[in-house]
Design a protein. Structure first.
Length: 417
């Protein structure tokens, strides 16, 4: 509808409403006059206020627990139509596509006030896992909104609230692509969502093949979760607003614990703007993290991120002017960094965020060129398993960390010429 159409429509509404509105005003004036007259009549009685007011609505924990139990049965029995409420039916349908197992939902406590219509939101403790991919179960507290049903009991009308995490499969309809070694869970429905899910499916399959050119990954279990937008990613990770701006993807445990299932959580607004080659590099990088993930690993940032980029870029035929563009520019303007990039440099809010990844990649590339690719893998594995990086470097390359850093700085000087 154009702006002109809206203006004409508003004019038509005014013309239709004007005569009744005048009549209403006239009648109102007459009523007020009568009330003024009655105010002087000794027989006039003012009605008591609040006599017909309804008592405030209260939460119904027993009814909510019954609704959660019915929802759980609908998931286990693969009968989404029997789930109580539209949101519950959608989530139960998603659960079937995902082969959800070990599901449970336990009512905890109301979160906020009960609305005038009797609906309320409560924290619900949930567990689940994706069969064939998750060795352990996810444990989450999810906000669930309950609404009085038309008959008796309550329905589940919405998932998500406040600061609680909201997994993609509870956010609305999803597209699922599943192979023996990869799974894509993408928020949305319809032709466009199906096309995007197909794209991520192909990228995931190629990412597994890329990792296997360098690492042994006998049983890949790569899961990509793609929310509707960046805000959805922030909600999945319980992250602050705009804190993930510019981040294409994150590899993390789904529930933020040290032992939960590890998935790749994708920022569709960033990765959607990349061409196929760029998106492939990002997801191959994240697949390395999945294949080698250890929540309590103390890998130095340059080795953690540089190794992932080494694997992702190993067979990509791009010149250094492209793959090291940002660090080259930084060296030319500010000189060579004095040390290998650490956790402080890998700050996604930093203006030199991309340059740090390139600098780390060049360090791992240098190590592989001088001592061999398998020496790089052994250094990575040893340090991930708790070895000191200086000790691992000396054993595989004959160089101390200080000597290796000096060679890396010389490499940066050379590529920046």
């Amino acid at each position: 509808m154009t702006a002109t159409d809206r203006s004409s429509s508003r004019g038509a509404v005014r013309s239709r409403l004007w005569p009744p509105l005048v009549a209403a005003l006239v009648i109102g004036a007459v009523v007020l006059g009568l009330l003024g007259w009655r105010a002087h009549d000794d027989t006039y009685v003012v009605p008591a206020s609040g006599r017909s007011a309804k008592p405030p609505a209260a939460e119904q924990p027993a009814a909510a627990a019954a609704a959660l139990a019915a929802w759980g049965r609908a998931i286990v029995d693969h009968r989404p139509a029997e789930a109580p409420g539209s949101a519950a039916r959608t989530a139960a349908d998603n659960a079937g596509k995902l082969h959800l197992r070990d599901f449970s939902a336990r009512y905890l406590a109301v979160d906020g006030a009960v609305a005038a219509d009797g609906s309320w939101t409560a924290d619900v403790a949930m567990t689940w896992r994706f069969e064939g991919f998750d060795a352990s179960a996810v444990s989450e507290e999810v906000g669930v909104t309950f609404t009085p049903a038309s008959g008796r009991g309550v329905e589940i009308s919405r998932f998500g609230s406040g600061d609680a995490r909201l997994p993609v499969w509870l956010s609305g309809p999803v597209e699922v692509r599943r192979t023996g070694e990869t799974m894509v869970v993408l928020a949305g429905s319809g032709a466009d969502a199906a096309q995007r899910a197909d794209r991520f499916d192909a990228l995931a399959t190629r990412a597994v093949a890329t990792v296997r050119r360098v690492l042994s990954w006998p049983r890949a279990d790569l899961v990509l979760e793609v929310p509707a937008d960046e805000a959805g990613l922030e909600q999945m990770m319980d992250a602050a607003a705009d804190s993930l701006h510019g981040v294409a993807a994150v590899t993390a445990t789904v529930d933020g614990s040290a032992s939960g299932p590890v998935h790749v959580l994708v920022n569709p607004q960033v990765i959607g703007g990349l061409n196929t080659e760029g998106a492939q590099i990002v997801l191959s990088h994240e697949a390395v993290h999945v294949a080698t993930f250890s929540a309590d690993a103390s890998l130095p940032s340059w080795l953690l991120e540089g190794f992932a980029d080494y694997v992702a870029l190993r067979d990509v035929p791009l010149p250094l002017s492209t793959t090291a563009r940002q660090i080259i520019a930084e060296v030319r303007s500010d000189g060579v960094p004095r040390h290998l990039p650490g956790a402080g440099e890998f700050n996604d809010q930093s203006e030199t965020f991309g340059a740090e990844y390139e600098a780390a990649w060049l360090a791992c590339r240098l190590l592989a060129r001088q001592a061999g690719e398998q020496a790089l893998v052994r250094v990575y594995d040893a340090v991930r398993d708790g070895a000191d990086v200086d000790t691992a470097l000396r054993r595989e390359t004959g160089l101390s960390l200080r000597a290796f850093t000096a060679r890396w700085r010389a490499e940066l000087t050379e590529v920046a010429r």
